[in-house]
Write a protein that binds this ligand. Structure first.
Ligand SMILES: NC(=O)c1ccc[n+]([C@@H]2O[C@H](COP(=O)([O-])OP(=O)(O)OC[C@H]3O[C@@H](n4cnc5c(N)ncnc54)[C@H](O)[C@@H]3O)[C@@H](O)[C@H]2O)c1
Length: 370
């Protein structure tokens, strides 16, 4: 089995190799990432610092993270805190921006709770980060332009959930699909605040001619995603490492496509730098569209091989009555727009990604705290 460090190192190398042009555009500039302590932050942050290591000092990207550390400061970030090109600021994005805010040339707004279990627990905070937090960052972009210090790229994290539960004829789903979404159901705090967030982005982009772009991620997984995050793949990993059977709290029939995090990160930086202003891009993979039951069987097979795991998959009913309400039956993107506009070509297979994810979770205390 590979070591955790090897998996991370190979992923960072893969990301940087696929982002030569994009990181060259960020060279020597200040980049702000909100929510940088989270799952996506794990590689968004480390790939920039890795690129800094392999480039001239003068071209280093100066990175600042704003995060309220709602679930603690992860160890991987504490380890990086003395890096000269990294500034960590404890800031809740729903509060007014700090008075001494720097001039940022690129901004990624990733601060929001993303796990369904947690956003249902903190619905108001989730909406505030995606609407009020976004609004003050967009306002910052507007003012910076007036000051003649224009932001060159702004990325808002929306979600594939803005499509809701598409009708069969709208799957695979292109960016032009308008969605089939409840505005009052248990998931609405997330889906609807992301939808309104996109509306804010489009209107700021058009009205003030600002370079604001939107990514719609489709189910990412891999290193950085806490084993305690209550998303499907870490849940499987938790069962495996506890040596028990994998329990599915559904009949396992809904289908998804799963995009390994290294491929997704490449897509996000491409949207930030090359995306068209005021437009949204699906970032994910088209294949395989796999049922949760088949995914569980696949993970079991890989774990048998990799870890000598002896468990099996069993089905149960969740005690949480809202657990599956408005849960889409199928989710699968069309990614032609990102392929054409951005030269986005995800290439890590599901089997390889799952192997890497399980390796990262194996004996990794950071997977609990990360
Ligand atoms: N991971 C995915 O597959 C996925 C899918 C669709 C959309 N997204 C979106 O991508 C973004 C990042 O997702 P993630 O998986 O890294 O989420 P995450 O929950 O792992 O991390 C989010 C980070 O944001 C911080 N945060 C939350 N509210 C904040 C606030 N008010 N002020 C400052 N910081 C705050 C948290 O402390 C955390 O570090 C989110 O906007 C999410 O909705 C992710």
């Amino acid at each position: 089995m590979q070591s955790i460090q090897n998996v991370v190192y190979e992923d960072l190398e893969y990301i940087c190799n696929n982002l030569k042009e994009e990181f060259a555009c960020l060279a020597g500039k200040r980049l702000l990432i909100t929510g940088g302590a989270g799952f996506l932050g794990y590689y968004l942050v480390q790939s920039v610092l890795y690129w800094n290591k392999i480039t001239d000092e003068a071209n280093s990207i100066k990175l600042t993270i704003y995060d309220n550390y709602i679930r603690g400061v992860p160890n991987w970030l504490i380890r990086l805190k003395d890096n000269n090109n990294l500034t960590l600021v404890k800031h809740d994005i729903t509060n007014p921006l700090p008075q001494d805010i720097e001039d940022f040339y690129y901004i990624i707004h990733a601060a929001s709770i993303a796990s369904p279990t947690y956003y249902r627990k903190y619905p108001i905070e989730t909406m505030d980060a995606n609407v009020n937090g976004l609004r003050s960052l967009l306002e910052y972009c507007r003012v910076q332009k007036e000051k003649n210090k224009p932001v060159k790229g702004f990325l808002f994290y929306s979600t594939s959930e803005i499509y809701g539960d598409p009708f069969p004829e709208n799957i695979p789903t292109p960016e032009t699909y308008r969605g089939n979404v409840s505005c009052t159901g248990p998931r609405a705090c997330y889906d609807e605040s992301k939808r309104y967030g996109e509306t804010l982005c489009v209107n700021f982009a058009q009205h003030y001619s600002l370079p604001i772009k939107v990514a719609r991620p489709f189910n990412n997984y891999g290193p950085g995603l806490k084993i305690t995050d209550k998303r499907v793949i870490p849940d499987f990993a938790r069962d495996i490492f506890a040596g028990r059977d994998i329990v599915l709290l559904s009949d396992g029939s809904p289908t998804r496509t799963f995009c390994y995090i290294a491929d997704a990160i490449v897509g996000y930086y491409k949207v930030l730098v090359k995306g068209r202003d005021g437009e949204a891009y699906n970032i994910g993979v088209e294949k395989p569209e796999i049922s949760i039951a088949d995914l569980a069987e696949k993970v079991v097979k890989i774990a048998h091989h990799l870890l000598d795991y002896k468990g099996k998959v069993i089905l149960k009913i969740s005690a949480d009555k809202d657990y599956l309400v408005d849960n889409p039956n199928r989710r699968c993107p069309v990614i032609d727009k990102a392929r054409t506009d951005l030269d986005y070509n995800p290439s890590i297979s599901l089997d390889e990604g799952l192997k890497r994810a399980l390796t990262w979770y194996h004996n990794n205390s950071e997977a609990e705290e990360a």
